[in-house]
Design a protein around this ligand. Structure first.
Ligand code: PEP
Ligand code: MN
Length: 342
């Protein structure tokens, strides 16, 4: 059930509804939008009796939710959510650019890339310290040492750090050193991890599973939000198919499809989505053209030496050129967007 408050409802009206929800043994999720506040109810097994709420002051309506998801839905919040990540935002007027290496390798490489990313005007830096690798014998990441390097990047360059956690300990560490917890494609349906991320104090970048449907992605986000963490950013990163011309099939149709249903920001990863250096730029442009709120791009100064995903890494100058192009496309797609200086 969803309780829609009148635009004139006061904080004490909202508090009273929350108290009634909690006295029934349910959880209340207050979502304040520009035009109205709505309160989502979770924790109920069967239907909630609307008569508990209809007569309360400030209540406009009590609506039964028929869709499988509640908190991610635009039924709850009409306006797009803007998620604060460190000292910047994802989902606002400005295109969010997250760039950096696939993995944190040596401090020298990381700082070299960070300098380029900071110079580009991007506000977010990526890099995995915990790497989910297909083979147990492949490079697994530099762990906490890598996170310390990332936190130096934030201190030196003012970039906000987006980095993956693969387990609960990883979430604790990313909370300590980073600004945004990335849950990777392979963990999109690790429900206990999602619940744990739902209790974290940092925003979550949730990547679409290797063959996940739109509903599965939204329900994964719902797991995080139902625990009280509403700062979730969705990421399309390509899904499995049968072709071999690209690593994955980057499903750009999911961007408008998600925007139709959810208030959460949606970004696109053309690096993992294609796996090929020469495809990253055209697919990044396409992603911005279909309305993505941001991009996550892998950059490396010597891709042939990269310990992970060298084939899809952009050289620093290729990244700078890409950013200039997508910033220009963004202006056409959303004329109110701020100009990005490259
Ligand atoms: C990554 O972004 O480093 C990554 C491993 O991506 P994905 O989970 O989408 O494969
Ligand atoms: Mn990678």
């Amino acid at each position: 059930m969803l309780i829609v408050m009148k635009p004139t409802a006061t904080q004490s009206d909202i508090g009273r509804v929350k108290d009634v929800i909690e006295s029934l043994g349910y959880r209340a999720h207050v979502m304040s939008g520009v035009s109205r506040t709505a309160i989502g109810i979770t924790g109920n097994e069967g239907a909630v009796d609307r008569t508990h709420f209809e007569h309360l002051p400030g209540v406009a309506d009590a609506i039964h939710v028929t869709k499988p998801y509640k908190l991610v839905s635009k039924d709850l919040k009409l306006e797009r959510s803007v998620v604060k990540v460190g000292n910047a935002e994802i989902g606002g007027d400005e295109l969010a650019m997250i760039a950096g290496p696939c993995a944190v390798e040596t401090p020298e490489h990381v700082f070299e890339i960070a300098e380029v990313v900071a110079k580009s005007g991007a506000k977010f830096f990526r890099g995995g310290a915990f790497k989910p690798r297909t083979s147990p014998y492949a490079f697994q990441g530099t762990g906490e040492e890598g996170l310390k390097i990332l936190s130096e990047v934030r201190d030196q360059f003012g970039l906000n750090i987006v980095t993956e956690a693969m387990d609960e300990r990883g979430i604790d560490l990313v909370e300590k050193y980073g600004d945004c917890i990335q849950i990777g494609a392979r963990n999109m349906q690790n429900f206990s991890l999602l619940k744990y991320a739902g209790k974290a104090s940092k925003p979550v970048l949730l990547k679409r599973g290797l063959s996940a449907t739109l509903d599965e992605l939204l329900l994964a986000a719902e797991y995080i939000m139902s625990e009280g963490n509403y700062d979730v950013i969705l990421c399309e990163r390509g899904i499995r198919s049968f072709g071999s011309h690209a690593r994955n099939v980057l499903d750009l149709s999911i961007v408008p499809a998600l925007h139709k249903i959810t208030h959460l920001p949606v970004i696109v990863d053309p690096s993992h989505g294609t796996g090929r250096n020469y495809m990253v730029d055209p697919l990044a442009r396409a992603a911005v053209a279909v309305g993505a709120d941001g991009l996550i791009i892998e950059v490396h100064p010597c891709p042939e030496e990269a310990l992970c995903d060298g084939a899809q890494a952009l050289l620093p100058n290729q990244f700078l050129e890409l950013y200039e192009q997508v910033a220009a496309i963004r202006k056409v797609v959303q004329p109110e967007a701020e100009t990005v200086s490259v």
